[in-house]
Ligand binder design. Structure first.
Ligand code: PMV
Ligand code: MG
Length: 335
């Protein structure tokens, strides 16, 4: 039996801008996992704890992404001179709390998970770049129009710096070239792990108000202009450099600026609760912002001393904001 997992993710910076080509974002892996188990079987059987029934390979709307991922794997196996043979695939880990989605996963994570599990099952050695490209190929075929930053983070399972590719161009290639050629092409993205050299506590505050990214994007998209794009890119690059060089002041400044930029982009991003989450850092050695599409879900904070951490958590609790995850990040000089 094969068993594997994929992590969750949250945006630190670069949301919305990253939907455009050649923009940048910083995205953090969150170690809350989804699990897949694959066993050989007489017949194909797919089950997910999201739904209370199993399916085979007959098209099913709920299982569409898993089934499309299997089609991708079948194509890829063919390239390697192998064939798809029946298996049973079980997926667990809804990334929910109190029956509400917590917004750290994405519909895309199930694609990465399915491909990763099947690659192990068929003993294929996929590089991270190949896994990323196969997942994106699958999602583009299904009409997903996200930036794929979530996919990059979930594949690399690390805090990453992501530079986006031109999705329209890759979509065109989908119709024109074979999968083999597509995998060989340079899509023009960058994904690199960020080596933070700054010590802080990373906190995730959950508003308990689920938001749907695709709906948020529809609301916000028309407001994205060149000024927003160039400022976001500049500040994400500053943040990247500040994290790597351990520059606390610049880290705080960039995150604040990026937060303000999102706040002015569209009023629906900072929900009243996300505003409270951010303002709770007042006079603490900390900086906070909304994460991802906003409108609910979670916000993040970087806190630089123990006292501020305890105080921020207390202030969040008063506002009914739950700490979903916390992690101590250490600069390499402090280790
Ligand atoms: O809310 P999340 O974690 O799904 O993040 C969405 C980020 C956007 O930039 C708004 C959309 C995207 O696909 O990058
Ligand atoms: Mg979200």
């Amino acid at each position: 039996m094969i068993k594997t997992t994929t992590c969750g993710k949250l945006y630190l910076a670069g949301e919305y801008a990253i939907l455009n080509p050649n923009q940048v974002a910083i995205i953090k892996d969150i170690p809350i996992y989804m699990t897949a188990q694959v066993t050989p079987s007489e017949h194909y059987s797919l089950s997910s704890d999201m739904f209370n029934y199993s399916v085979d390979l007959t098209d099913d709307a709920n299982y569409a992404l898993i089934q499309e991922s299997i089609k991708t794997m079948a194509n890829y196996l063919e390239l390697k001179g192998k064939v798809l043979t029946p298996f049973s695939l079980k997926i667990n880990g809804k990334m929910e709390k109190e029956g509400k989605k917590i917004g750290i996963g994405s519909s895309g994570s199930v694609t990465v998970l399915t491909l990763k599990a099947l690659a192990l099952f068929y003993q294929l050695h996929l590089t991270k770049e190949e896994l990323f490209k196969l997942a994106v190929y699958t999602l583009l075929k299904k009409g997903d129009n996200g930036s794929m930053g979530d996919i990059a983070c979930i594949v690399y399972e690390s805090l990453i710096y992501y530079r986006s590719f031109d999705r329209q161009r890759v979509k065109k290639w989908l119709l024109e070239v074979t999968l083999e050629e597509l995998l060989e092409k340079d899509w023009g993205f960058t994904i690199k792990p960020v080596k933070t050299n700054l010590s802080f506590t990373f906190l995730v505050g959950w508003t308990r108000q689920p938001a749907i990214s695709s709906q948020m994007i529809k609301k916000v998209q028309a407001s994205i202009d060149n000024h927003f794009l160039s400022t976001s890119k500049k500040e994400v690059n500053h943040l990247y450099k500040a994290l790597e060089t351990g520059d606390k002041a610049k880290t705080k400044e960039s995150i604040s600026l990026l937060s303000q930029l999102l706040e002015t982009l569209h009023p629906s991003i900072y929900s009243p609760k996300l505003k409270k989450l951010k303002n709770a850092t007042h006079q603490l050695d900390a900086v906070a912002k909304s994460s991802g599409a906003g409108g609910g879900d979670s916000g993040i904070a970087l806190v630089f001393d123990e006292e501020s951490t305890l105080e921020l958590i207390k202030r969040w609790q008063k506002e009914n904001i739950t700490v979903l995850y916390q992690e101590k990040m250490r600069g390499f000089h402090d280790k």
